[in-house]
Design a binder for this molecule. Sequence first.
Ligand SMILES: [Zn+2]
Length: 175
Amino acid sequence: MCGWHRASENNLEERVKTLSRKVRARATREEATVACVFVHEDFDRPDGPDYVTAQNRVQAALERNLGTAHYVLAVAEVESWMLLFPHALSAVTSAWKVPGKYRNKDTGRLADPKRVLTSEVCKSGRRYRESDAPVIFERVVASRSYDSPSGSNRSWRRLRDDAATCCASHLRTGR
Ligand SMILES: [Zn+2]
């Protein structure tokens, strides 16, 4: 997914309708019922008032067309979430260390968390690649530390709230 939060009103509606058609077509093919849909993007800007506006606008469009859906918009990039879990980064590569100045902070305020990760966290050991993300988050899940991050990030909190809502309401009613 790319740039939903930047799309004009007409374009956004059109893209959501296209997504809805694809979701329904796949469900038909697989003889499945769609309980809910998650759409993830990076905001590419740090947290601020326009984050909430963008989040709400796309979320409303998804709900209009899909019923149950969650727009997961990471500020500024998904790497800001990884900085909340220093132990998970070190578990993937022991030389990776989150410097103290990034711990217990609002990582959503960082303008360029990917740069922090590549040039400050991963300055020893091998380089970080975007393809490392799933393994890093697997470590977060395995350690069950997702609700005890080292610091804060409004977009991570929102993802956790969305997941809780989904498990409590959407997955049950969708089956
Ligand atoms: Zn849901």
